[in-house]
Each structure stands twice: as structure tokens, then as C-alpha cells.
Design a protein around this ligand. Structure first.
Ligand code: NAI
Ligand code: GUE
Length: 329
């Protein structure tokens, strides 16, 4: 009898994004206006333009207003300040790379954090690394998480890598995950988030391997980082339940012979980091995640608008209480 085909399940981002879009539609129904997202395109990179057009299209299809502003990069700083001050603008996204150096980070920090839908402002990133999940002492306003790392988490939840029998915040306890990419916008925050949720994470970049975890028995409140001198993918991949890769360029391929049989493989690079043979060994393969990233982006925008409405309601409540106090005194 002939051998059967391998049993890999290929899971597409569209299916994972569906639930998130439904959540967003439900939330939008409770708001009496169409939130406005403004995108700033000052980048010469064709990938930035493609992504800009794609965010615009997806935003419009899902009940948001979207406006693309193409500005000369030397004028971007002032244009951002104008958008910060414009009450009609709910969320802002600036497409990168622009200068391709630290000036891009400078521009990122100009954004008013109450309009930062990508969650890359210092306060949000700080909360994430410190495992602080709310913006207010009463724990009513959730902090915003960076989009692409959060998209990966939503995918791991969908795939039931998050074990819901464990308490919230520890649901990755017992999982070993390799993340190949340690950029400040995706790989490093992702490794930290996964470790904060209880995983042991091997964070691999072009130079070395670092381990992120909360210690034996998850004794620590937040993740710590340990260098793994001399380690390479040869040491990490055979131990990993999940392998997440985001290396730019079409040359890079994850060495499949090192994968555990039945590993879960996720690609977030624009290029395919896994060759098609990954299906011979993986139990689940997610070839691209972009659609989920945009769903998370719109979910962040909705949360920002809800926070704004809640704050305004609190203010007017406070105002009427003050008036009441004045009236009785
Ligand atoms: N799907 C999505 O939603 C998103 C996808 N991307 C894509 O993800 C990719 C990475 O983007 P960024 O993190 O911004 O890029 P980046 O260039 O800032 O970082 C690349 C990372 O990969 C590592 N790396 C490079 N070569 C390697 C090798 N041979 N072995 C191990 N590590 C290696 C580098 O050390 C670095 O940590 C791009 O293709 C980008 O288009 C980026 C943002 C969102
Ligand atoms: N502020 C900012 N944030 C970004 O997140 C950002 C940016 N600037 N500048 C440009 C890059 C590029 N980028 C991609 C997103 C998804 C895919 C992706 O997953 N693409 C899939 C699906 C494509 C599709 O379905 O059309 C694929 O290539 O197979 C790729 C690349 C985000 N970027």
C-alpha cells in the first residue's frame, strides 16, 4: 500500500483574521461615527506603498475612514504635529522606512500616543517590556500592544498554542518557541511578549541567540534575558514546539532538517522563509500573517476611540459632579 501524504495543516491569515474583524464590527456598531485613520507615506520603499494601499483598502472595507497623505519627508514632522492636533483624526500610521536610520525612531515618537495605532510609542513599548497591561491605576484602559507581535499572539491563540486551562498571563507555560528576527519593531517585542506569557523563547538574530523566560516555575513577574554564547539554530530548533521566522530577503530559508517533527511554523517575512517542504514536517504552517496584522491595527484603532469616548464621559461626569457641588455650596 502506498504511504499516505504528510498531515500538515496550512492555516491562512484570512481565516484567523475573520474573528478579529467580527470583533471590530461589533465594537464599531456601538460608536456613532466612522473613526478616521490617517496614513503618512514619505517612504521611497515600494513595500511601504504596497502596505499603505493595503491598509487603506482593508480599513475602508471594514467601516473605517482612511486618508493617505503623501508628504515630502522633510515636511513630515510638521504634518504629524498638525494631525496630532486635529480632533477629526483618530489614528495615525507612518509607513517605514523613511530615512532608514534613527531619525525614523525620532519621527515615530512625535506621534501623540493617543493616536498611535501601531503601538510603537515609548510608553506602550515600556509597558510591554515591563509586563504592565493597563494604562490607568484602576485597570480599565488596556495598554496598546505593537501590531505585528500582537498579530502573532492572536495566531498562536487561534492555533490553541495558548492553553486556556492555565490562568491568563501564564498560558504559554511549558512551550518552547524560536523567533528568528530581533528587530525593535517585531522580533524583540515578540520574544518579550511570549516570555511574559510563560514561554521559553529562543530569540535568534544574525549574530547570536538569547533566551527570554520568566525563570523556573515562572517565578519572575516579567521576562529576563540570558545570553546563549555559541548557540545557533542547531541548538534551538530541535527543542522548539513553535518556530516563527521573519528574516527579510528571499535568500534566507529555515533549515528544515533541524525542525522537530510536528512543529508549528509561522512566517511573517514578506518573503517565504520556509520552503514548501516544510509541509513534510510541520503539523501546522502559517505562510503569511499580514491580514491579521491589519485586523489588529484596526482593533487598536477601535480601542483608542473607545478610550477617548470613555475619558470624555468621565470628564463630563466629573464636570457635572463639580457643578452639583458648587450648586449645593
Ligand atoms: N507581516 C507583517 O505584518 C509584517 C512583516 N514585516 C516583514 O518582516 C520582515 C522583517 O522586518 P523587520 O523586523 O522590520 O526587519 P529588520 O531588517 O529590522 O530586522 C531583521 C532581523 O532579522 C535578523 N536576521 C537577518 N538575517 C538573519 C539570518 N540569516 N539569520 C537570523 N537572523 C537574521 C536580523 O538580525 C534582524 O534581527 C520584512 O520582510 C518585513 O517586510 C514587517 C512588519 C510587519
Ligand atoms: N509603519 C509601518 N508598519 C508596517 O507594518 C510596515 C511598514 N510601516 N512599512 C512596510 C512594511 C511591510 N509590511 C508587510 C506587512 C505584511 C506583509 C505580508 O504578510 N504579506 C503577505 C500577504 C500579502 C497579501 O495578502 O496581499 C505576503 O506577502 O504573502 C508583508 C509586509 C509591513 N510594513
Amino acid at each position: 500500500m502506498a504511504d499516505e501524504k504528510p498531515h500538515c495543516k496550512v492555516v491562512l491569515a484570512n481565516n484567523i483574521a475573520k474573528g478579529l474583524f467580527e470583533e471590530v464590527h461589533e465594537g464599531l456598531k456601538k460608536i456613532d461615527r466612522m473613526p478616521l485613520l490617517v496614513g503618512f507615506l514619505s517612504s521611497a520603499d515600494p513595500a511601504a506603498r504596497v502596505y499603505a494601499e493595503w491598509t487603506g483598502k482593508t480599513a475602508s472595507e471594514n467601516g473605517f475612514a482612511f486618508e493617505l497623505r503623501e508628504v515630502d519627508r522633510e515636511l513630515l514632522e510638521d504634518a504629524l504635529i498638525d494631525a496630532n492636533n486635529d480632533p477629526k483624526v483618530d489614528g495615525i500610521i507612518v509607513y517605514y522606512p523613511i530615512f532608514g536610520n534613527r531619525q525614523d525612531q525620532y519621527l515615530q515618537q512625535i506621534l501623540d500616543i493617543s493616536k498611535d495605532v501601531e503601538g510603537l510609542s515609548h510608553r506602550y513599548i515600556f509597558n510591554m517590556y515591563q509586563n504592565i497591561r493597563f494604562l490607568d491605576p484602576e485597570n480599565t484602559k488596556k495598554s496598546i500592544l505593537p501590531c505585528t507581535p500582537l498579530a502573532v499572539i492572536k495566531i498562536l491563540e487561534y492555533l490553541r498554542i495558548y492553553n486556556t486551562i492555565l490562568p491568563y498571563g501564564n498560558r504559554l507555560y511549558g512551550r518552547t518557541i524560536t523567533v528568528i528576527n530581533r528587530s525593535e519593531v517585531v522580533g524583540r517585542p515578540l520574544a518579550a511578549l511570549l516570555a511574559n506569557d510563560g514561554a521559553r523563547v529562543y530569540s535568534v538574530d544574525i549574530n547570536d541567540v538569547q533566551q527570554f523566560d520568566r525563570g523556573q516555575g515562572l517565578r519572575k513577574r516579567r521576562h529576563e534575558v540570558t545570553e546563549r554564547p555559541g548557540w545557533t539554530l542547531k541548538d534551538c530548533l530541535p527543542l522548539s514546539d513553535v518556530v516563527i521566522s521573519g528574516v527579510p530577503g528571499d535568500k534566507y530559508k529555515v533549515p528544515l532538517e533541524l525542525l522537530r517533527d510536528g512543529a508549528v511554523c509561522i512566517n511573517f517575512s514578506s518573503e517565504k522563509n520556509f520552503t514548501p517542504e516544510v509541509k513534510e514536517k510541520a503539523s501546522i504552517y502559517v505562510p503569511a500573517i499580514g491580514k491579521v496584522t491589519i485586523a489588529v491595527l484596526l482593533r487598536n484603532l477601535l480601542r483608542i476611540v473607545q478610550n477617548k469616548i470613555d475619558s470624555a464621559a468621565e470628564e463630563s461626569n466629573k464636570g457635572s459632579k463639580d457643578e452639583a457641588v458648587q450648586a449645593t455650596s
